[in-house]
Design a protein around this ligand. Sequence first.
Ligand code: GRF
Length: 202
Amino acid sequence: MTARLVVLVSGSGTNLQALLDACADPAYGASVVAVGADRDDIEGLARAERAGVPTFVARVGDFSSRDHWDRALADKVAAFEPDLVVLAGFMKLVGPGFLAAFGGRTVNTHPALSPSFPGMHGPRDALDYGVKVTGCTLFVVDEGVDTGVILAQSVVPVQDDDDVESLHERIKVAERAMLVDTVGRMAREGFRVEGRRGLLGR
Ligand code: GRF
């Protein structure tokens, strides 16, 4: 059985592209059935279109409240009947309505080693703090900000001459590998949560 993935993006979509490329191999065990975004005219949506994958957009400003947006987003995702939702550079927090529908089967990739440096500026905060290693984290989304149960992490060195951009690009190399490897294993082997521990395999 091929796992159905819906991927949500907000920007360049290089993590999405890594998943699209991996899914081209039937042995990977998953397929991207739709790509959604919170904004138009982003490379992430163009990548999906080039791959022939259906896309949708749900802009917060088009809805009368954040809650209405949250539930509309959930409805758009539900239309594609995903087994797993992947937030890959999606720059909005999903809320109670979305989590009621997809909590427990929505994962997010964050460019820092959780619990350090949650939020919108992981690479900048790591650089400003002066850590010598940082990295990326794949976690099961919960109601907090980057607080969910961790499924995978990858460590990336910080170099003395790094700026935010060079560090984030180095993190993204590791992040794409982490995402492809972990999502593939989740699709083929399943995963489970035991307290605060995220485990691959049934
Ligand atoms: C990724 O590092 C993601 O963790 C962060 O923003 C970046 C998105 O990159 N939230 P891309 O859109 O996948 O290229």
